[in-house]
Ligand binder design. Sequence first.
Ligand code: GSH
Length: 203
Amino acid sequence: MIRLHDNLSSGNGYKVRLILAQLGIPFERVEYDIDRGETRTPEFLERVNPNGRVPVLELEDGTMLPESDAILFYLAGGTPFLPDGRLERAQVLRWKFFEQYSHEPNIATPRFWITHRVEMTEERRLSLGTKRKLGYAALGVMEGHLASNDFFVENRYSIADIALYAYTHVAGEGGFDLEGFPAVRAWLDRVAAQPGHVPLTRA
Ligand SMILES: N[C@@H](CCC(=O)N[C@@H](CS)C(=O)NCC(=O)O)C(=O)O
């Protein structure tokens, strides 16, 4: 059976838990306390992920696959969650790269600082303002796309939506107000209504 190295509060881990649930794939879960540095031990760095982070999908042959969006891409291959066309697949990757570069670092990090009660050093306080500005800019890009599209690629639910849903639906926990983003809010409802949808905290 495949095994997910995970942390239950993690939106990146949730992306993987969500697609596994929607594909009906059974899996074991190994929980790490990221507040106590359990993904930074020499054993974890050597055996699981030299980058010291979860999620990591451990395949049945022992191969370790880190990076949530790479895991989504792997699991979605040959399923309706990943389109077949060359351009459509590139569009999926486009939104996943957008999520990792413009969205997640600005929207997920403040949520992590708040919900994990991370000490707000001067450096963090200073970068919070920039993250707010860039996070709202990313939400603006999503709003523009969703104003005329039901989903991110080909107007149907795919791993592009899963990647972006994970931290958008809990953006409020990081102090982001989605009031001014009606198309994003309507899309959140559409994603939550997909068959087999599970909430973030389900193990
Ligand atoms: N780009 C990675 C980011 C993974 C990541 O930031 N994981 C966090 C939890 S959401 C983590 O493991 N933090 C523990 C640490 O950095 O020590 C992905 O998408 O999987």
